[in-house]
Design a protein around this ligand. Structure first.
Ligand SMILES: [Zn+2]
Length: 305
């Protein structure tokens, strides 16, 4: 009698342990299913590509505040916590983001949870510098590669959303391919092949992609904002020599230099976005990299007339 009582207790104990195990397993699987995945992206272009891939399946946060200067960015303590907690951190990895490697190292962040975009495309050296130009995303061709790489990485991190990430990426890549075609059509039909920038020049990847030439106030994203008289004179000469109808400026900068050149040559100032960042208004309206590049197609058409 005593022994059978002991047996019942034993069977019951095993049963309880088993049930507890099964319940824990189900809770674990459920929570993984309901896990809230987050992606953190450094600048607007990387944010836009990640957002296009994830759609509403995953939360994406941009570190750069809309309207802010991309090259002065310093992460706040909250940003660092977000990077640490993110399932994926997407960053460009150029000169403007030298802070990234230090943060990844000091916080022991696994390479499985990061994607450095400059590792994913062919790099071009900055003019007159030994460093690689960081504005890889200004070529829509590169953008298609970057979208695909982000999709591949996210699929590894959250395989349950593979179909969604793949469909979203394919749809965005199709749009980017149409944009690439748009630029190619304009360039092939245009009589001109030179652009005048009264501003910085973050478009090396773009120019090389479409076989264009350029003259600009400053190379790359130089910290200079005041052009000297010789620079202005050089650009006015270039604008006159090429009979330029449009003087270009980039987004979120002063139009002072471009205006001076335009006034001296009878040209018009137009904005050609390098998509470092967008204004607060554009951000709130959900403006995308593709939208800005479609605006750029129209601007290029005018600039090459
Ligand atoms: Zn830049």
């Amino acid at each position: 009698m005593k022994r059978s009582y002991k047996n019942i207790v034993l069977v019951l104990a095993v049963f309880v342990i088993l049930i507890t195990g099964i319940v824990a397993l189900v809770i674990n699987l459920k929570s993984r299913e309901n896990k809230h995945y987050t992606v953190v992206a450094s600048n607007f272009a990387s944010y836009d590509f990640a957002r296009a891939v994830t759609g509403d399946a995953t939360e994406v946060k941009m570190l750069l505040k809309p309207g802010a200067e991309a090259h002065d960015f310093e992460p706040t303590p909250e940003d660092i916590i977000d990077i640490k907690n993110a399932d994926l951190f997407v960053y460009v990895g150029g000169e403007s983001e030298e802070w990234v490697e230090k943060i990844l190292e000091s916080n022991n962040i696994s390479p499985d949870k990061t994607l450095k975009l400059m590792d994913e495309v062919d790099l071009i050296e900055e003019e007159g510098e030994m460093e690689y130009d960081e504005h890889i995303w200004t070529s829509p061709k590169n953008a298609t590669i970057l979208v695909q790489k982000i999709a591949n990485k996210l699929t590894k991190i959250n395989p349950q959303k593979t179909d969604k990430y793949t469909d979203n990426a394919n749809r965005y890549i199709e749009r980017l391919n149409r944009i690439d075609e748009g630029f190619r059509n304009i360039v092939s039909k245009a009589d001109k092949d030179e652009l005048i920038f009264g501003d910085r020049f973050p478009f090396l990847y773009f120019i090389r992609e479409y076989g264009l030439k350029y003259a600009a106030a400053f190379p790359g994203c130089s910290e200079q904002t005041e052009a000297d008289a010789a620079t202005i004179a050089r650009l006015i000469d270039r604008a006159k020599a090429t009979n330029a109808k449009v003087i270009l400026k980039i987004e979120l900068t002063s139009d002072k230099i471009a205006k001076t050149i335009a006034e001296a040559t009878g040209a018009t100032v137009m904005e050609f976005s390098a998509v470092h960042n967008v204004s607060k208004g554009d951000f709130e309206n959900g403006v995308t990299y593709a939208d800005l590049m479609e605006r750029n197609i129209k601007v290029l058409e005018e600039a090459l007339k």
